[in-house]
Design a protein around this ligand. Sequence first.
Ligand SMILES: CC(C)(COP(=O)(O)OP(=O)(O)OC[C@H]1O[C@@H](n2cnc3c(N)ncnc32)[C@H](O)[C@@H]1OP(=O)(O)O)[C@@H](O)C(=O)NCCC(=O)NCCS
Length: 236
Amino acid sequence: MVISNTLLKASLEAGKGFFRQPVQQDAQRSGAALDAQPVMVPIRSIGPGHRERIAVHLMALGQSDRYLRFGYAASDEQISRYVEGLNFERDEIFGIYNRKLQLLAMAHLAFSISPELQSGAEFGVSVLAKARCRGYGSRLFDRAVMHARNEGVDMMLIHALSENAAMLNIARKAGARIERIGSESEAFLKLPLANLDSRMTEMVEEQMAQTDYHFKVQAKKFRDFVATLQDARRST
Ligand SMILES: CC(C)(COP(=O)(O)OP(=O)(O)OC[C@H]1O[C@@H](n2cnc3c(N)ncnc32)[C@H](O)[C@@H]1OP(=O)(O)O)[C@@H](O)C(=O)NCCC(=O)NCCS
């Protein structure tokens, strides 16, 4: 009983982590002050069945964004190789989808394979240009930190170009130590130990994101079906 009460409390508390601080898109576009209202961003752990969507997402990045993401202006071929090489069993890939099931933002949390740094992980992220400044980058970062923590990682590394103000801003705000080495920077974030709250929060977030995604899949199927009916009606 004590355990179930503790779990219930933790799961209710866990919801708090699911709501990021507000970025109201309309207000943002108009430059108006942002109201403090929570906005839900379902972030889902994605598997190998989504390789194609990941490739489409990365190939939609312009040259300068590819440069910021990979440290070089990756060609489509290099992106294809990167996507093919993703190890979904070892690493974790997180995604944010819109209602058309387009991958708007994704993060790759790569666990260290170095024997000297067994409890380390590297974070990489990209957000489509049209979906920037909505807090997606920050939310993916928070999600990756939570997962890494729960997996026993104690140090997260973010490799970024020194000109990458947005990425370094996200890392700095999380408390990372940033070392600048000329045109490149490395941010090191020490992670706290996992606890019941971090484990419950991740479980609840993942469950809600999976439900949201399946709802989007069903809604898209329904919209496609209606569109087919309308096309058939028009052509008769
Ligand atoms: C870096 C990137 C992921 C940020 O995504 P985003 O969803 O726009 O980021 P957020 O909306 O969460 O904003 C994060 C912070 O950076 C700030 N920021 C966003 N764009 C910025 C810019 N161009 N210059 C300076 N600061 C910026 C935001 O104001 C926010 O700060 P705040 O929390 O103090 O308001 C996105 O710009 C991107 O995909 N860039 C190309 C790939 C890349 O650089 N990846 C990182 C290297 S792995």
